[in-house]
Design a protein around this ligand. Structure first.
Ligand code: ADP
Length: 389
C-alpha cells in the first residue's frame, strides 16, 4: 500500500476486505454511515500514461485522502482502499458517534473536505456519495454499497445543480426589484421616472412569478425539453427590457449602457428565456466591465438568424477559457473576488442551443469581451402576426 505522510494517517487506511470485516462487528452495535469517494478518471490515466504514472498519482491521492480525513476521524472509524482501485471509503463506525449523531450535513461536510483536498492535490474529478448501513442479517456486499452510495451522491448533485440554477434565475429579478424600490425610497425621483422604476419592478415581479410557475414544468438543465418550442418574441424589445433590469447595477459602477438602434426582430424564442439570456450577458458585462466604462448591446440580422452582441471594455477573456466558461459552475480567471456562481453563462448557452442557436465569446472592439448569441429568426411570413412581447 502507498505510504502516507503522517503516522496518524498511515494507521487509518486499510484494504477494503478489512473494512468489510470490521463493519460486520460494528453493525452489531449500531448503524454505520459509509462515505464513498471515487476518482472516475483514474482508470483512464492508468491506460493512457501507464502503470508507473498511475501508481505515483495513487500515492498522491492516498496522501491527500489521509491528511484530510485524519483530523475528522475518531477511534473506531475505519478507512478502506485497495491498491489500484479508484474507490476510497470511510466507515464512521466509532462507538462514540452513534449513527444519529452524524447528520447528513456533517457527512457531506466530511466528503466535501476530503474530495476538495484530493481534487486540489491531484487535479482529479472526485465523485462522492454516502449510505447508512444497518444490520440486516445478510453479509455486507461492500461493492454494492459503494455503488448505491455513489448513485445517491449523483442524484444529490443533480438536485443541487438544479436548485442552484433556479436560485440564480430568481436572484436577478429580486435584486432588480429591490434596487428599484430602494432607489424610489432614497432618491424620491420625479413622477415619470418613479413610474418607470415601478413598471420595471412590476415586470420583474411578474417574471419571477412565471419563473416559479415554470420551475416544476421543466428544468433548465434538461436539454431535451421542448417546453419552449413554437414560441417567439421581439428581440429588440427584450433588449430594451434587459437594459432596464441592469440599469441600476450599471449606475452603481458608473457604466454607461448603450443600445445600438435596434430594428424590430422576431426570434423563435420564448420572451422570458430571451430576457434571461440578455440579462445574464448584460449583467456580466456590467460586472466584469471597466468601472466608469461602457457596455453596448446591438442586434443584427444574418440570413435566417439574429445576432445579438454584448460588448464591454473590461479585461476580456483569454482564448484558453473561451469554451470552459460556458460549463455549469465554472468560473473564469477574470472572476477574481467578484461574487458569482459560474451559472449565468451555462444558462445562456442552454437557452441559445435549445432555441436552435449558439453563443460564443470574442474580442470586443471596445477592448473587453464580446458575447455573441445567434438566435433563429421566426419565419418571415409569421412575423407580421408575431406576438406583442
Ligand atoms: P459568474 O459570473 O457567476 O462567475 P458566469 O457563468 O456568468 O458565472 O461566467 C463564467 C465566467 O466567465 C466568470 O467567472 C468570468 O470569469 C467570465 N466572464 C463572464 N462574462 C465576462 C465578461 N463580460 N468579461 C470577462 N469575463 C467574463
Amino acid at each position: 500500500m502507498a505510504s502516507a505522510t503522517s503516522s496518524r494517517a498511515r494507521r487509518s487506511i486499510e484494504p477494503a476486505a478489512n473494512l468489510q470485516a470490521a463493519l460486520g462487528t460494528a453493525l452489531a452495535q449500531q448503524p454505520v454511515p459509509l462515505l464513498v469517494l471515487r476518482l472516475p478518471e483514474f482508470e483512464r490515466i492508468a491506460w493512457r500514461d501507464g502503470k508507473r504514472a498511475a501508481r505515483s498519482l495513487e500515492r498522491k491521492t492516498v496522501a491527500a485522502f489521509n491528511e484530510s480525513v485524519a483530523p475528522m476521524l475518531r477511534r473506531g472509524d475505519r478507512c478502506g482502499h485497495d491498491p489500484g482501485s479508484d474507490v476510497f471509503a470511510i466507515a464512521m463506525s466509532a462507538s462514540t458517534r452513534g449513527s444519529r449523531a452524524v447528520s447528513p450535513v456533517g457527512i457531506r461536510a466530511v466528503l466535501e473536505r476530503v474530495a476538495a483536498a484530493i481534487a486540489l492535490r491531484c487535479r482529479l474529478r472526485v465523485e462522492t456519495g454516502w449510505v447508512i448501513l444497518a444490520r440486516s442479517g445478510a453479509p455486507i456486499d461492500l461493492q454494492r454499497e459503494f455503488a448505491i452510495a455513489l448513485e445517491r451522491g449523483a442524484r444529490e448533485r443533480e438536485r443541487y445543480e438544479f436548485f442552484s440554477v433556479i436560485a440564480h434565475e430568481l436572484r436577478t429579478p429580486l435584486t432588480s426589484i429591490r434596487g428599484y424600490l430602494e432607489t424610489l425610497l432614497d432618491e424620491e425621483p420625479d413622477g415619470r421616472t418613479a413610474r418607470r422604476f415601478l413598471e420595471t419592478a412590476r415586470a420583474e415581479a411578474l417574471r419571477m412569478g412565471r419563473l416559479l410557475d415554470g420551475m416544476f414544468e421543466f428544468s433548465l438543465l434538461d436539454l431535451s425539453s421542448t417546453a419552449l418550442a413554437g414560441q417567439s418574441c421581439r428581440l429588440d424589445r427584450q433588449a430594451v427590457r434587459a437594459c432596464e433590469v441592469v440599469a441600476l447595477a450599471a449606475r452603481g459602477r458608473g457604466i454607461a449602457v448603450q443600445r445600438a438602434v435596434l430594428r424590430a426582430t422576431v426570434v423563435a424564442l420564448d420572451a422570458d428565456a430571451c430576457l434571461q439570456l440578455l440579462v445574464n450577458l448584460l449583467e456580466n458585462a456590467v460586472k466584469y466591465g471597466r468601472e466608469g466604462g461602457c457596455v453596448r448591446i446591438s442586434v443584427q440580422r444574418q440570413g435566417s438568424h439574429a445576432v445579438v452582441s454584448v460588448d464591454d471594455d473590461g479585461a476580456g477573456i483569454a482564448p484558453s477559457e473561451r469554451e470552459s466558461i460556458f460549463a455549469l459552475r465554472v468560473r473564469g480567471s477574470t472572476s477574481g473576488s467578484r461574487p458569482g456562481t459560474g451559472i449565468g453563462l451555462a444558462i445562456v448557452k442552454l437557452i441559445a442551443e435549445r432555441a436552435g442557436g449558439c453563443v460564443q465569446v470574442l474580442d470586443s472592439p471596445l477592448g473587453g469581451a464580446r458575447f455573441e448569441a445567434v438566435l433563429p429568426l421566426r419565419q418571415e411570413k409569421e412575423e407580421s402576426a408575431a406576438c406583442a412581447s
